[in-house]
Design a protein around this ligand. Structure first.
Ligand SMILES: [Fe+2]
Length: 250
């Protein structure tokens, strides 16, 4: 019996079942738009088929030389984005701690003033003509990725009467199979807006929130240039490594 009251056999597919107590529930009325987005019917679990076990493969030739440098990838020649210069780096791992190489990591964010470059953006903070706000990387053999950007600003949004998003960077990650696809957000250590955010507060487990907060990483700071933040991303675990004929431990 699942938490949704549906009798389904336990998942035995290639990937471990998703922990629905770790991820926020779909229906969270304090985050208003979740009300219309949430499924109306109970969920049903089923085993992974080929469409979940497999996924697109991304070669390194997909990535341009400045795709992981948001300070210059949209800037006019010789100019740079305005803001606090930071490096974001980490590793993409699965739930069992194994690196996931060759993964497309895409990221997008508001500029230093908290403004997105989007036609539906309504916040009055100024656009930065030299900041586009998006980039991408492919993870290396050890699952690592990194990019350079400016620290995004907090911004207000129409939810409650005075709700603000903490500074954050959005991430989309394609794993080795569609079952690992993850859309998430990274926050910054020490941000007082975190505990006030209705979206952050849809997450029940404080440890799960902590996993979204990137600590300041002075050991990877570039002196006189940019501070670093470390953000590891954990995808669903495979029961066995790809292309392996036996389960681990057998
Ligand atoms: Fe955002």
């Amino acid at each position: 019996m699942t938490e949704f009251g549906i009798n389904t056999p336990p998942e035995t597919g290639a990937f471990l079942p998703r922990d629905r107590n770790w991820h926020p529930p779909a229906f969270t009325p304090t985050y208003k738009t979740s009300v219309v987005r949430a499924p109306q019917k109970a969920l049903i679990s089923f085993d992974n088929s080929l469409s979940e076990v497999t996924g697109p493969r991304f070669g390194h030739n997909l990535i341009g030389p400045n795709d992981n440098d948001l300070i210059i990838n949209f800037a006019r020649p010789g100019e740079m984005a305005i803001g606090q210069r930071i490096i974001v780096h980490g590793r993409v791992l699965d739930e069992r701690g194994r690196p996931v190489p060759g993964v497309l990591v895409e990221y997008w964010q508001a500029n230093a003033g908290g403004r997105y470059r989007h036609k539906k953006e309504g916040y009055q903070a100024a656009l930065d003509p030299n900041f586009g706000g998006c980039g991408r990387s492919i993870t290396a053999e050890d699952g690592s990725y990194w990019f350079r950007t400016v620290k995004p600003g907090a911004y207000p949004w129409p939810n409650g009467v005075n709700d603000w998003r903490p500074a954050h960077i959005h991430f989309s990650v394609f794993g080795s199979g569609f079952a690992q696809r993850l859309i998430t957000q990274m926050y910054f250590e020490g941000d007082p807006m975190l505990k006030l955010c209705p979206i952050v507060n849809t997450i029940a487990d404080p440890a799960a929130i902590e996993a979204l907060v990137a600590p300041l990483d002075m050991s990877n700071t570039v002196p006189m240039d940019a501070r670093a933040y470390k953000f590891d991303i954990i995808l669903r675990g495979r029961r066995s490594t790809p292309f392996e004929n036996r389960r681990e431990g057998n």
